[in-house]
Design a protein around this ligand. Structure first.
Ligand SMILES: NC(=O)c1ccc[n+]([C@@H]2O[C@H](COP(=O)([O-])OP(=O)(O)OC[C@H]3O[C@@H](n4cnc5c(N)ncnc54)[C@H](OP(=O)(O)O)[C@@H]3O)[C@@H](O)[C@H]2O)c1
Length: 323
């Protein structure tokens, strides 16, 4: 039996139960790993509440890192003792787990288990957002909401590394300071200031090529007013709740805009894409261009507190859970 955090009935943070579970031997195409750390992500809260339904009961968590302890038949890419990181829907908050081998990647020696648990999901998301959803380039200006969050601190650093001008919205002065230390050239206190007016002022009326919006309800449709004609609105999350249905005609009136609602699962569905995405992430982290700020560590048994802190806007950067 191993320690894990499960949900038997969707709900608030109290729905997370710390208990012992059985972990089977790996089946064909699977590996079993002893986890050294698991990642905490906003999506874990959508799944916990049932907003993204999952078959009950389930082990929460979509990201982690550990050491291979057994391999199933047909697995040739991994052996016992390999250090791996992964993104897999569910099963993350557990001291040991089984996962499909084709969803794992080997960790380079210069990436620790804790770093990997804090970056596989968030970092590969940032990789596709800045390199594939909207190919950010030197000279572009990007607006990023929730700049001091897990995704936010990584986009700021990566976009700055590319040579873009990065503007971030944040919920407090402390978060603004942190965002500026992580690549952002300008920050906006969006709970106190009108962020459209501030973007206009900062860009001298030019506005942005792209808005990366993981906040959702509270920042829509104002985000569209921060984009140049023919620019792109990237709605990649809904920390404040989902965006209400809207008339596509709004994209015409706001300047022939493009809008997309991407997800990592689509971008890294194929093994080749996953391997390349992870390699690009390891490269920017390995070179020191992007640092993984693990600003909160929780014991696995304290998962309820971790979720309360995340939803209460108390966390910054990445958070991990330790078995
Ligand atoms: N599409 C994808 O592939 C993908 C992958 C990973 C994550 N995501 C999305 O990316 C977003 C960020 O994820 P994360 O794990 O890095 O979380 P996070 O940014 O660390 O935490 C969420 C942040 O959102 C801000 N926020 C604004 N309104 C909020 C509200 N009403 N309640 C709570 N927080 C609010 C808070 O920052 P302030 O206090 O500064 O406002 C909070 O710290 C989420 O929407 C997530 O679903 C999408």
């Amino acid at each position: 039996m191993v320690a894990a955090v499960r949900v038997h009935k969707p709900g608030g943070p109290e729905a997370l139960t710390f208990e012992d579970i059985e972990v089977p031997a790996p089946g064909p195409g699977q590996i079993r790993i002893k986890q050294h750390a698991s990642g905490l992500n906003y999506i874990d809260t959508y799944i916990r509440t049932g907003a993204y339904p999952a078959p009950l009961p389930f082990v929460v968590g979509n990201e982690g890192a550990g050491e291979v302890t057994a391999v199933g038949s047909g697995v040739t890419d991994f052996k016992v003792g390999d250090r791996v990181g992964y993104v897999v829907t569910l099963g993350g908050y557990s001291a040991e787990r089984v996962l499909p081998a084709d969803r794992a990647v080997k960790l380079p020696d210069n990436i620790s288990f804790e770093q990997a648990a804090g970056m596989m999901l968030k970092g590969m998301t940032v990789e596709y957002l800045v390199q594939r959803t909207f190919k950010l380039q030197k000279g572009h200006t990007a607006l990023v909401h929730a700049a001091a969050g897990g995704i936010g601190l990584l986009i700021g650093q990566w976009a700055n590394h590319i040579g873009a001008t990065v503007i971030g919205t944040v919920g407090s002065k402390e978060k603004a300071e942190l965002a500026r230390a992580n690549g952002y050239h300008h920050t906006i206190l969006y709970r106190d200031e009108n962020f459209v007016d501030r973007v206009k002022e900062i860009t001298k009326g030019e506005m942005c090529e792209v808005v990366y919006d993981g906040v959702g309800k509270d920042t829509f449709p104002a985000s569209l007013d921060c984009i140049k004609p023919l620019g792109m609105f990237v709605s990649f999350g809904s920390a404040s709740g989902p965006i209400d249905a809207f008339n596509i005609g709004i994209l015409q009136t706001k300047g022939s805009l493009f809008a997309t609602r991407p997800t990592l699962n689509t971008y890294n569905a194929k093994r080749d894409a996953l391997v390349k995405s992870a390699a690009d992430l390891f490269k920017v982290v390995g070179s020191g261009a992007v640092k993984i700020p693990i600003n909160q560590k929780y014991a696995l048994k304290d998962a309820q507190k971790a979720h309360r802190d995340l939803e209460g806007r108390k966390t910054t950067g990445s958070s991990i859970l330790l078995p």
